[in-house]
Design a protein around this ligand. Structure first.
Ligand code: MRU
Length: 365
């Protein structure tokens, strides 16, 4: 993995960050583990390196993981030593399997793998080099579609944001979690672009600190007023009347509207309900998993306990203490005021509204 570093100064640059991109050398990522102090880019030149980048959180956030996997598959197919379609298919299957083992909760990963598999099938009569090129083109198309979906979500969701005041978000569902613009942060960006005077409250999001490190970093770059709070301050901020709405992203939305998202989201949703504050989820339709009936069936990734016991390599808990580190939790649908997608806004009962959105577009396709 080739690395290029530059020290960044938050708040000085106003251009949209390039979370990931396809290049002739391979797939290039901003290394999110190093933010906010260092803007470092890594280029993965093999599919194994892309899989590793997903597993180790160089790239993270459900939509970004999906497109990264698609680009990793295209890269692996491009590099595969295959003279015949049968050889390319063997290599391709192995690459898809490796990608599928990186992170279990974000369904966008499996959606992206399936889409690449469908593309392979659709092209399987073509010569090997044309199949390779078709896979690269498909991954690049997914990149462009993701940004367009986020902009559409922004248009649908901006009207739900208050005209002024605080909006709380958890984790990072911004440009860094997608190919650009963001889902939850896309909604906030669109509201700000429409003239709403929003003050973002960013939960720091223990243990990986996506809120304080990433959300604050990218919103400051855009000049959107942002206040970082530790996760345990959210209830107090709500009680003081500082929060008018909550908007978060999602890693998987079950058919009944239950939402898997970063650990701590459930707590925020319960707090929001207690204080009569609307709680919204913004996600592309690739995050909706109609094959999973409810949240209890969503696999929850368990990550290294070291993420909890250490910060920047320094121990913050006694050695040997028992620790749990589920990376996600499930917010029951009853707490979700609306699900904002690029296809429109779904409201309870979600079994019907999500299926209706799925069918409307399927019919239009
Ligand atoms: O573990 P992460 O950082 O990949 O988790 C990210 C989240 O939980 C996001 O909120 C979610 O993926 C939506 S991103 C648009």
């Amino acid at each position: 993995m080739a690395t290029k570093s530059e020290i960044c100064e938050p708040g000085t640059e106003n251009s949209m960050v390039k979370t990931l991109e396809w290049t002739d050398e391979g797939v290039r990522f901003i290394d999110q583990r190093k933010l906010p102090t260092e803007e470092t880019y890594v280029t993965c030149t093999t599919y194994e390196e892309v899989a590793d980048a997903i597993r180790t959180m160089v790239v993270r956030g459900a939509p970004a993981i999906g497109v990264a996997a698609a680009m990793g598959i295209a890269l692996g197919a491009r590099n595969a030593d295959a003279g015949h379609v049968s050889e390319l298919r063997r290599a391709f299957d192995q690459i898809c399997e490796a990608m599928g083992e990186t992170r279990p909760t974000a369904v966008n990963l499996f959606w992206a793998i399936r889409r690449m598999q469908q593309k392979f099938e659709a092209c399987s009569e073509l010569p090997v080099d044309q199949i390779r090129q078709a896979l690269i083109t498909e991954a690049q198309r997914m990149y462009v579609e993701d940004i367009a979906a986020n902009e559409a979500m922004g248009r649908h969701g901006a009207t739900l944001m208050p005209a002024s005041g605080g909006v709380l978000t958890h984790c990072n569902a911004g440009a860094l979690a997608t190919c650009g613009y963001g889902t939850a942060l896309g909604v906030i960006r669109a509201a700000v672009e429409a003239g709403k005077k929003i003050q973002v409250y960013a939960d720091e999001t223990r243990p990986f600190l996506q809120g304080s490190r990433l959300t604050a970093w990218e919103l400051m770059k855009d000049g959107i007023p942002t206040t970082v709070i530790s996760d345990n301050m959210a209830g107090a901020m709500m009680k003081q009347g500082k929060i008018g709405a909550v908007v978060v992203g999602a890693d998987r939305i079950a058919a009944n509207g239950d939402v898997a998202n970063k650990i701590g989201t459930y707590t925020v949703a319960v707090l929001a309900k207690e204080h009569g504050i609307p709680f919204y989820v913004a996600a592309p339709f690739s995050t909706v998993d109609l094959e999973t009936p409810d949240g209890s069936k969503i696999p929850i990734e368990q990550r290294s306990t070291r993420e909890v016991t250490h910060i920047a390599g320094k121990a913050i808990a006694p050695e040997g203490v028992k620790v749990e580190n589920p990376a996600f939790d499930v917010t029951p649908a009853k707490y979700v005021g609306a699900i904002i997608t690029e296809r429109g806004v779904a409201r309870a009962p979600y079994e019907q509204s999500l299926r209706r959105l799925a069918e409307t577009v399927a019919a239009a396709d």
